[in-house]
Design a protein around this ligand. Structure first.
Ligand code: XLS
Ligand code: CA
Ligand code: CA
Length: 438
């Protein structure tokens, strides 16, 4: 069988002093950190679409990347090659999971029936590769944004037929994800939003989106799919306004429509940036509300206002992310999926290894640093002290619901003024964080 990444063997951990660009310096799958192996903490995943489908085209230019698996006589042969390339890559890299859209793995046919049968055929190839390697989907999803039929949206389309088509496509993608033993299923509302309010009935569209998700929950039960459902927030691109703007908008939506118990969030770093938030804010918001499910680990570029999906290399971001993930108790069904593509000028297959090795190493460092900070209580002690007034007396009575505005008013009239604040010590805490980052 063709070896697509000839010349690259299994990537080994060689430690921080290694100068070998094709070795891990920090990620050591079996090393135990904070009670778990690094592999279990991270649950790293490869994004099928970026690594095996995205040739590097942009609005100004043609694809640039050498992707030998695309050199096949027809679309189905290409799809089989892509599957083999994906598993060869994951095996060599030592990653246990992959994420896919239905149309990444198998081509769209002339009719829905033909598309479904293409998908079934490739799902068999994927299953065979899974049995050989033990690699599984972290999550699956349906591409409800590329085909022109979705130009007005999918679940939020003005056209009921398109809602129907999207439902049929999601049902099939869910069945395949279930069959492949996926741990989750993602709903990213790529075109669930609008360009012009002049032609948009926003309330009706959001009701339709909720209806769609309820139907998905029902179907999940019908087929016995046990994976976790996730919504992936993103504020814009491709539409100007997207309904799943950020974690807070998604949480409000899920609450309004009685969907909270069925969904968690898949937080993407680049989408947080686009929403005007820090990645850590989105993670902490989701964690604080019990809906942190999975993570698309990438980075944007604050100088560019679009979704650049670059590989994560910023150690600060990784530390903040791992602090949030560890605080939330770690991943159960979720993991760190590299929803990222190499730069347009990184054209050789080996560049995929460089990109993923760097990203895995930066998260491994982030994990070790976050675990050390937590173990030493370096930030937690200060945080606990900062809120100490809530642990007894007045604060405890407020939290316990023992006092109303009348009692609160009397308390302060008697006392005369609020006790002075202590310093927030922002710079000291930033210095402590820097002391751990070495
Ligand atoms: C696009 C999204 C998409 C989702 C899956 O911006 O990140 O790739 O992760 O549909
Ligand atoms: Ca994503
Ligand atoms: Ca993105």
């Amino acid at each position: 069988m063709t070896e697509f990444f000839a010349g690259v063997g299994k990537i080994q951990y060689e430690g921080p002093d290694s100068k070998n660009p094709l070795a891990f310096k920090h990620y050591n799958a079996e090393e135990v950190v904070a009670g778990e192996t690094m592999a279990r903490h991270m649950r790293f995943s490869i994004a099928y679409w970026h690594s095996f489908c995205n040739g590097g085209a942009d609005p100004f230019g043609l694809p640039t990347r050498h992707m030998p698996w695309l050199d096949a006589p027809d679309a189905m042969a290409t799809a089989r090659n892509k599957a083999r390339a994906c598993f060869e890559f994951c095996e060599k890299l030592g990653v246990d999971f992959y994420c896919f859209h239905d149309r990444d793995v198998a081509p769209e046919g002339e009719t829905l029936a033909e598309s479904n049968s293409n998908l079934d055929e490739i799902a068999k190839v994927l299953k065979g590769e899974q049995e050989r390697t033990g690699i599984r989907p972290l999550w699956g999803t349906a591409c409800l944004f590329a085909h022109p039929r979705f130009m007005h949206g999918a679940a939020t389309s003005c056209n009921a037929d398109v809602f129907d088509y999207a439902a049929a496509q999601v049902a099939k993608a869910m069945e395949v994800t279930c069959e492949l033993g996926g741990s989750g299923y993602v709903f990213w509302g790529g075109r669930e939003g609008y360009k012009s309010i002049l032609n948009t009935d926003m309330g009706r569209e959001m009701d339709h989106l909720a209806k769609f998700l309820h139907l998905a929950v029902e179907y999940k039960k019908q087929i016995g799919f046990k994976g976790q459902f996730y919504i992936e927030p993103k504020p814009k691109e491709p539409t100007k306004h997207q309904y799943d703007f950020d974690a807070a908008a998604c949480y409000a939506f899920l609450q309004k429509y009685g969907l909270v118990e069925h969904f968690k969030l898949n937080i993407e770093a680049n989408h947080a940036t686009l929403a005007g938030h820090e990645f850590a804010h989105e993670l902490q918001f989701a964690a604080a509300n019990g809906i942190l499910g999975s993570v698309d680990a990438n980075r944007g570029d604050t100088l560019l206002g679009w979704d650049t999906d670059q590989f994560p290399t910023n150690l600060y971001d990784a530390v903040f992310a791992m602090l949030a993930i560890l605080d939330a108790g770690g991943f159960t069904t979720g993991g760190l999926n590299f929803d990222a593509h190499v730069a347009r000028e990184s054209i050789e297959p080996v560049d995929l290894f460089h990109a993923h090795i760097g990203a895995m190493d930066v998260f491994a460092r982030g994990l070790k640093i976050a675990a050390a900070i937590r173990e030493d209580g370096a930030l937690a002690d200060h945080l606990a002290r900062r809120y100490a007034s809530w642990n007894s007396g007045l604060g405890a009575d407020i939290e316990a619901g023992k006092v109303g505005f009348a009692e609160l008013g009397k308390y302060m009239l008697d006392k005369g003024n609020a006790a002075p604040n202590e310093s927030g010590r922002v710079e000291m805490l930033e210095n402590i964080l820097n002391d751990y980052i070495r």
